[in-house]
Design a protein around this ligand. Structure first.
Ligand SMILES: [Fe+2]
Ligand SMILES: [Fe+2]
Length: 360
């Protein structure tokens, strides 16, 4: 009867071998296993490759950690205990160990380790994409325009991040939560406004800028309350970088008769994006609404808008700390253009629609 493959994988992996070399535990385990079926060199080599790939895969993801090592070290003890069975029933502990190791042993230490070391694992990222999370449902109910914008951005950043080798899942999570602070005053954000009602018309540009700035501050507070990970906190703080609210700044200049307008009063506090994913989020958050608001969204006008805005952000120095290269920027622009052209190109009117238009 053969030993389950995952058990041989566990025993053969480089970390276990290094940790047990001095104690001789591995020899004890192998001796017990010899009574069943000795794995061939082919099997051993395959399990080594498998483990090396897993270690490499984890280390390639900045900011995300898996606790396989902890699980394996603790699991080793269980395997040794399992080997102490007698007769034909000796295989049963191995089966139990496999079940424990691959289900319980992976999840519980991971959650435990995340809380202790403030790390974000793939499990947590996947959990954060659950649209049934109360905070996302709240955004959907209280600021439906913002919710739709965030979901749309999630798809956009995912595609763009994949294009430049950034972490698509991280970028998607960041997009889902970047504007959660808007739920406190949703009517002040254009995506939530109905008809021609715009409350900014009744207040000064300075007051408008203060309200817009508050969605970052409120978002951070909300993320703390909801115990959302640092990754989400970064998305909220960094998605506007240190940019200036140009519209309200210009409006203030036009109405200012005493030359008392200070540009920094209209500037987001930042910091600038510190990762590729945060930078992609910032760029997506800039180009998507701009292309949506184009009066004549042709492939040329979309291309011009994307190029102008992305180059503008780069020239302002907003992407300096993000790690994006010029090659990345070129690839990002092309991806934006292809996706946004597909989304916002002009459609041919259905039969009867032209007539309706004329009769109005
Ligand atoms: Fe925002
Ligand atoms: Fe946004």
């Amino acid at each position: 009867m053969g030993i389950p493959y995952s058990t041989t994988t566990f025993i053969n992996n480089p970390i276990t071998i290094v940790l047990t070399a001095s104690t001789g535990i591995k020899e004890v385990v192998w001796k017990k296993m010899e009574t069943y079926e000795k794995p061939t060199w082919k099997t051993k080599f395959r399990s080594w490759l498998n483990e090396c790939w897993r270690v490499l895969r984890v280390t390639k993801k900045p900011g995300t950690v898996e606790f396989q090592t902890i699980v394996k070290v603790s699991g080793l003890g269980i395997v040794v205990i399992g080997c102490r069975g007698y007769g034909n029933v000796r295989i049963i502990p191995f089966i139990l160990v496999n079940g424990y190791y691959h289900i319980e042993g992976n999840i519980h230490p991971t959650i435990f380790g995340e809380n202790i070391f403030h790390l974000t694992t793939r499990f947590t990222l996947l959990e954060l994409t659950d649209l049934n999370k109360p905070i996302l449902k709240r955004v959907n109910m209280e600021a439906p325009g913002t919710y739709h914008h965030s979901m749309l951005l999630g798809n956009l950043v995912d595609a763009v991040a994949t294009e430049v080798g950034a972490d698509a899942l991280k970028a998607r999570v960041m997009a889902y939560y970047h504007d959660v602070g808007k739920i406190f005053k949703p009517e002040y954000y254009v995506e939530n406004q109905e008809g021609d009602l715009n409350p900014h018309e009744k207040i000064t540009p300075q007051m408008s800028s203060l309200i817009l700035l508050s969605h970052v501050k409120d978002g951070v507070e909300l993320a703390k309350e909801e115990k959302l990970p640092d990754l989400v906190m970064d998305a909220i703080k960094q998605h506007h970088g240190t940019t200036v609210m140009a519209f309200f700044y210009q409006k203030a200049l036009e109405t200012d008769s005493h030359s008392s307008v200070n540009k920094d009063d209209f500037r987001y506090p930042g910091p600038k994006p510190t990762s590729k994913e945060a930078a992609i989020l910032m760029l997506s958050d800039t180009v998507e609404p701009a292309c949506r608001s184009l009066k004549d969204p042709t492939p040329t006008s979309i291309r011009n808008t994307v190029v102008k805005l992305v180059d503008g952000r780069a020239r302002e120095g907003q992407l300096d700390n993000s790690g994006l290269t010029l090659n990345d920027l070129a690839a990002i622009k092309e991806k934006f253009i292809s996706i946004l052209t597909g989304m916002y190109h002009k459609r041919i009117a259905y039969p009867g629609q032209e007539k309706d238009k004329e009769s109005k």
